[in-house]
Ligand binder design. Sequence first.
Ligand code: M6R
Length: 365
Amino acid sequence: EKGNHRHFMAKEIHEQPEVVGRTLAHYVDLANGRVALPGDLPFDFGKLSRLSITACGTAYYAGLVAKYWFETLARLPVEIDVASEARYREPPLDRDGLTLVISQSGETADTLASLRYAKAQGQHTLAVVNVPTSTIAREASAVVPTLAGPEIGVASTKAFSCQLTVLLCLAIAAGRARGTLSAERERELVDALITVPGLMAEATKREGEIEILAREVSKARDVLYLGRGTSYPMALEGALKLKEISYIHAEGYAAGELKHGPIALIDESVPVIVIAPHDAIFEKTVSNMQEVAARGGRIILIGDAKGAAAAGLETLATVTMPDCDAVVAPIVYAVPIQLIAYHTAVFMGKDVDQPRNLAKSVTVE
Ligand code: M6R
């Protein structure tokens, strides 16, 4: 079942161009250059005053990326929390408001409990799920499936990139409904979306160099991941992926938070992985890289050629990503982040598909 791959995780990373393409084909009307959600939703994005998102782990990080998309493309305020907090916090939720839950398995206990809480508050509930027969899919008032196919590796990879794909389509649909996206801008975004499978395939070609830099990462006791904007949740996701399969301590930070504490950790023994496509806030991230370099920190830059040239900094390694529209960058940048964690863990001889202490679906609180 693993085909030519040593692990399910490797197979699932490499499947992403295909499954993201399949997911896109389900949500995009190519002929008309617009997003077309299959089926009507039982609520109107145009009438919402707020969106509440809840999920766990990697699905939560997909939700954090989506917060930026819903806020910028649809001007829809988003509140997001991990499900284990949201359910006990008992947040006030407006009747007829919308709660969005995200789950690969559709069985995660805390996510299910927050879905039930939202329903009890009179909210509409929308679920982004990968398993269509799951409890969450059955209980939500509407379901938007990710078409990633079965995910076996405990570390979520292809489900995550498909979640991002569906969430971006939803944010675009919300922008249209709320009058914040012109037809022209929607077409541009759709054009960018359909380049994503090809760009992800391009990104997998960096695997040889990532395998080499993973040897450096494997020597570290601690690793920091930094990013701004949508690259901030990608930094959190990168750190989670690394810690869960390699057992190296890793933390993700908003790059601008560096000087508020984590900079104290920087020395030559701590690799700092910076996720920085050449976007509108790239220059701000460069300042943070300079702060790291000035303290002897070793930078691994995941960025594009333009950014690497503009930064002009000496790095331990630069993973050069293809140029892409900044809006879709998180989906494409998922690939090197996953490959770094994968190759580090494989190099260290860890069981990447079945990491210790973890279960694929967390059905207990
Ligand atoms: O099945 P779910 O998407 O609800 O699972 C949520 C988390 O348990 C899951 O994403 C977990 O964090 C992964 N092991 C991350 O790789």
